[in-house]
Ligand binder design. Structure first.
Ligand SMILES: [Zn+2]
Ligand SMILES: [Zn+2]
Length: 405
């Protein structure tokens, strides 16, 4: 059987998250907030899913560049693995630094910094846009002459390390603080305290920050999140708000020079009122976000089932037909949008249930193409439309019980 064993990263990460939660509880600390955890996991699930479709493309790009443009012919050896680790980390430093200093790149990286908590779930906040951006930077490695197989193995290890630095349960690590990026260093990176802004970009080694003058020690308690917090649980808004802010600023710029400065200059160049105006336009942050056990349960179940679906999908990906892959992806993305919208108490979530039903029926019909499946689906949909008003009210009462709408 041809299983994808990388899928076991999902239960492994969840086990570490559970362990961190237990340690935090034992220490009497609250490092986890319900909506932050759900949203962090949602971003991570979407990225893992998108990865299954893009990882082949990235390998193809590295291979193409290596075969056509490699400057040196490098054969794998211990010394060269070390060289590759250092090169990868060096490229990461500049990728990460520019992701903070260039608006266009910040559009992708901002999602990593939206959480106002700091725990292992924050490490999941990587988007597929960020994966594309990183690949662009790492494309220099095959051009230098590192074989694509070596690069992808290194990126796997290099991608694993940052998971462990997203925690408040580990203090300072003695002598390691001088060489490696530690949880303490990365807490500074995620903080919005003025003295901590745009510091500690390193991924594995802290030497680059010390070399290029961006290193700061953790001295006072960090305050996590963006300098202008989002105040929104919306999955889509979190992914696209900064792109929209950039587009808004470009449209309101007067000269081409100004437009260029907005896109390729520092993120501070976006229009200061863009966020507020766009929030108004997309009715973001208008609803009072009130959590209730009832509402939380519905979200927890959805995330749990989605994680199980993701794990099975990744494990068996070589056996899943393309049509079912597309259905599973649409089902997972609509569920993540649903969870975010439920946390904002949006009433349109009800219509998403119709969409999920159609996706589900399509995949069942693909696997079992019997007229009875379509007939059953049509009867259910017709009933749904006929009793639409009552059904919608019942659904909203069920999901949002105890919350005044
Ligand atoms: Zn960052
Ligand atoms: Zn981070």
């Amino acid at each position: 059987m041809h299983l994808n064993y990388l899928a076991f990263a999902v239960p492994l990460f969840l086990a570490f998250i559970g362990l961190e939660y237990l340690v935090a509880t034992k220490q009497g600390k609250t490092y986890f907030r319900f909506n932050d955890t759900v949203l962090n996991l949602s971003v991570g699930i979407a990225e893992r899913l998108a990865d299954t479709f893009t990882v082949g493309l990235f390998y193809f790009v590295y291979r193409y560049l290596y075969e056509h443009y490699a400057l040196f012919s490098i054969r794998p050896s211990v010394l060269l693995w070390v060289a590759l680790l250092l090169c990868t980390d060096f490229v990461w430093y500049w990728y990460h630094r520019l992701a903070h200093e260039v608006t266009l790149f910040w559009c992708a990286h901002v999602v990593h910094h939206q959480s106002e908590e700091f725990n292992y779930t924050v490490s999941a906040r990587i988007t597929v846009f960020q994966a594309f951006l990183r690949t662009g930077f790492w494309a220099i490695l095959p051009v230098v002459g590192f074989p694509p197989g070596m690069i992808t193995s290194m990126l796997l290890v290099h991608g694993l390390y940052p998971f462990f630095i997203h925690t408040r349960t580990i203090g300072k690590l003695g002598v390691l603080e001088y060489i490696l990026v530690t949880p303490s260093h990365h807490r500074v990176h995620h903080a919005s305290n003025p003295q901590y802004l745009d510091r500690n970009y390193g991924d594995v080694f802290i030497i680059w920050d010390k070399l290029f003058g961006t290193f700061t020690k953790e001295t006072e308690e960090p305050v996590y999140g963006l300098t202008k917090p989002l105040n929104s649980n919306s999955f889509l808004w979190q992914h696209f708000h900064f792109v929209l802010e950039m587009v808004y600023s470009v449209r309101h710029a007067r000269t081409w020079g100004e437009r260029f400065r907005i896109v390729f200059g520092r993120p501070d160049n976006v229009h200061p009122a863009a966020r507020a105006i766009l929030e108004e336009r997309f009715i973001i942050g208008k609803d009072t976000v009130t959590e209730t056990p009832k509402l939380n349960n519905y979200v927890i179940w959805q995330i749990a089932v989605t994680l199980l679906l993701l794990f099975s999908f990744l494990l068996l990906e070589h056996y899943v037909p393309v049509f079912i892959q597309v259905c599973i992806s649409m089902l997972i993305v609509s569920t993540l949008i649903n969870c975010g919208a439920i946390l904002e108490q949006k009433r349109w979530v009800f219509y998403l249930e119709y969409a999920r039903f159609v996706i589900l029926v399509s995949s069942v019909y693909y696997c079992w193409p019997q007229p009875v499946v379509l007939l059953g689906a049509v009867v259910v949909m017709a009933g749904g439309f006929y009793f639409h008003g009552a059904l919608r009210q019942r659904y909203l009462n069920l999901v949002y019980r105890g919350i005044e709408n």
